[in-house]
Design a protein around this ligand. Structure first.
Ligand code: TIU
Length: 228
């Protein structure tokens, strides 16, 4: 099985049991006028992750790796939005209010959708999640169990929020997580760097950290000859 150079040590990738999980690459986080900007962030900080993710996604599709996407958001009637999340930040606009890309962080609105550069194709589940973690109140556990997935290559935004929460949830469920430094991003570069350090510290307390180049090389390496 291909070995991916990683921190704190190499990650042994089993492509039959691995999936690429792309977290929340939505217009609401990446483009001006959405939830990310509403929170006061400079959304351009996230753009450098797009090109490496495009290359990784293309390689994963070529290699036949199972690909999943997530979207953070809420039902139009806000029935899945906790009051605490609605009011936190004391912003003039909050989740569900009208913005330039439709109602902010609401399923079905333009801003809620995945950016065109990384748009899902047929066969790639899109998991709508009301929380920061991809396991909370979603079908992700069932999909992973059905497919026999034991490893997740986790990418997307933001590193210290939805990526980290998802990695922590996966870790407690016995899933091995490989997080890619150039395919994740934060509005705060220092949080991005520290969040990645936190994953790989203490012998890989939450998982491993590598990059798209290393994973693409592993996915495109010729298969080892069968034993015997
Ligand atoms: N605010 C922030 O950094 N992130 C989020 O609210 N959601 C995700 O990370 N997807």
């Amino acid at each position: 099985m291909p070995s991916v150079p990683a921190r704190p040590y190499e990650f042994v990738l089993d492509p039959r049991r691995a999936a690429l999980l792309i977290i929340d690459m939505q217009r609401d986080f990446v483009e001006p006028g959405g939830f990310g900007e509403m929170l006061g962030n400079d959304v351009s900080q996230l753009r450098p992750s797009i090109a490496p993710l495009q290359a990784l996604l293309a390689a994963a599709r070529r290699a036949g790796l199972f690909v999943m996407h997530t979207r953070e958001g809420h039902k139009p009637d806000l029935s899945d939005l906790h009051h605490a999340k609605k009011v936190r930040g004391r912003g003039a606009k909050t989740i569900g209010d009208a913005g330039p890309m439709g109602r902010i962080l609401i399923i079905g609105e333009a801003g809620h959708d995945i950016i065109p550069e990384l748009y899902p194709i047929a066969g790639e589940p899109v998991i709508d999640k009301p929380g920061k973690g991809a396991f909370y109140n979603t079908e992700l556990s069932e999909i992973i169990a059905d497919k026999g997935i034991t490893q997740l290559i986790v990418c997307g935004v933001t590193t210290e929020v939805c990526v980290h929460t998802t990695v922590r949830e996966a870790n407690d469920r016995g899933i091995e997580c490989l997080v890619l430094s150039d395919c994740t991003a934060s509005y705060f570069p220092e949080f991005h760097a520290t969040a990645l350090r936190m994953i790989a510290a203490q012998g890989g307390i939450f998982g491993w950290v590598s990059d798209s180049t290393s994973v693409i090389a592993a996915l495109t390496a010729p298969a080892e000859p069968a034993a015997g």
